[in-house]
Design a binder for this molecule. Structure first.
Ligand code: ADP
Length: 180
């Protein structure tokens, strides 16, 4: 599924984020930047050890929840990996939506600074961190669509969903937000 947002593209695909040919791939990292399962494990195993070496050297204190940092992308076909830290879901009353919005916004800002035309993102926080997919889809898409509207960048944003159910949740949310 693809929609036009003020001349930019917002895409949804079902697939593996490590296989995407884009300028930047976003990782759903933890605040220690220590690696883990899910997207994080897939990115480090496909990208090789250089990503973790650079992460340890440049960001020994990790990354705050709601923020993101950049490394090169090792063996991946992307130029950059943006390591974003989303919130752990604790019921939704503890600023999780604001933290998730902040993580996506920081990804967009970094992608713009790096002059990325295309960025692939996963559904941050919806795996091990337990954020309900429908709610996460609304926050993810609204934040990135608003950014594209205001900044006319990145030219192409691609959400890469890992299951049919996750894809469906993002597709419903996107349909509502752009009224197609
Ligand atoms: P978090 O700790 O932020 O919840 P996870 O990596 O556990 O991060 O999960 C985030 C989302 O990424 C989940 O919806 C999960 O199904 C999905 N996911 C896992 N592996 C991949 C992959 N290789 N490509 C794209 N999405 C993935």
């Amino acid at each position: 599924m693809q929609v036009n947002v003020c001349g930019c593209e917002m895409q949804l695909v079902l697939g593996d984020i490590t296989q995407q040919t884009v300028d930047a791939i976003v990782n759903a990292a933890n605040s220690d930047l220590a690696g883990g399962g899910g997207v994080d494990g897939a990115i480090h195993s496909a990208g090789g050890p250089a990503i973790m070496e650079e992460t340890r050297e440049k960001f020994p204190d990790g990354c705050a929840t709601g923020s993101a940092v950049v490394t090169q992308a090792g063996l991946l076909s992307a130029k950059w990996v943006i390591h974003a830290v989303g919130p752990v879901w604790k019921g939704g009353q503890l600023e999780e939506p604001l933290q998730l919005m902040s993580a996506y916004r920081r990804c967009m800002q970094l992608a713009t600074e790096l002059e990325c035309e295309s960025v692939a993102l996963p559904a941050i926080s919806t795996g091990a961190y337990g954020y309900p997919i429908d709610l996460a889809a609304n926050v993810a898409l609204k934040t990135c669509i608003d950014y594209q509207k205001w900044h006319k960048a990145p030219q192409q944003i691609r959400f890469v969903l890992f299951s049919e159910g996750d894809y469906g949740a993002f597709a419903r949310s996107l349909e509502q937000q752009v009224e197609i």
